[in-house]
Design a protein. Structure first.
Length: 228
């Protein structure tokens, strides 16, 4: 079983490369790699193409401490899906399960990684993803005006890590498709994706203030919850 930690984003919305900012004593992506290593035989860290010129950032070809503890560090692509494919190219073909995780979710605990893997192993599905119920009222807007209130029934927000039967994930990516998450590519290929209960604390760093919230949540977490 292997994991791919996707850290190839530009951080355009955040205002900087959030995946490499310091967080509670280590860089954001290092937290994600550390959690992935707790369940995976190997971890591929996918980084932007231009990290080679930045001091202190993992470089393509690095491993171990130089790669935040990853087995391999590889260069990502222009999109998230392309970056996942770059990561898959470094995963041994005999891996039976591949976990994909966004580096910008540094609070994903070891138990969440274990839960999606267990679902793939025992529930007869091609993939498993964490989900949390949608609590906000949802409305559809056109030209700045509300045109519809959308029912929340059956709607969930998805998270990573996501675990997949390796052959299914490779099949879903074979045509070079694009999606905001890998489960979407499996769905488009007619494959079955199951769910596990997500963690509301497993936030994705999207805005600068999210980093301070992540610091506070890490300070509250017990060592066992974080796999430390």
């Amino acid at each position: 079983m292997w994991a791919i930690v996707v850290a190839g984003g530009s951080g355009r919305r955040f205002g900087s490369r959030k995946q490499f900012l310091p967080l509670a004593g280590r860089q954001v992506a290092a937290w994600s790699v550390r959690a992935a290593r707790s369940v995976a035989d190997g971890v591929v860290l996918v980084v932007p193409a231009d990290t080679a010129s930045d001091e202190g950032l993992p470089k393509p070809g690095a491993s171990g401490d130089a790669g935040f503890g990853a087995t391999h560090v590889v260069t990502g692509g222009a999109t998230r899906s392309a970056s996942v494919r770059a990561g898959m190219a470094a995963v041994p073909m005999d891996a039976d399960i591949i976990i994909v995780h966004d580096a910008a979710r540094p609070l994903a605990g070891v138990s969440l990684f274990a839960a999606v893997v267990e679902a793939v192993r025992t529930k007869g599905v091609d993939g498993a993803i964490p989900v949390v119920p949608v609590s906000d009222t949802l409305k559809r807007v056109e030209d700045g005006r509300i045109v519809e209130t959308v029912s929340r029934d059956g709607l969930v927000a998805i998270q990573t890590p996501q675990a997949f039967v390796a052959a299914a994930l490779r099949t879903a990516h074979v045509d070079g498709g694009e999606a905001t998450d890998d489960a979407g590519l499996l769905e488009a290929s007619g494959l079955v994706v199951g769910t596990v209960e997500g963690d509301p604390r497993n936030l994705k760093l999207t805005r600068p203030e999210d980093l301070a919230l992540a610091e506070a949540l890490l300070a509250e977490a017990t060592p066992g919850a974080r796999g430390i």
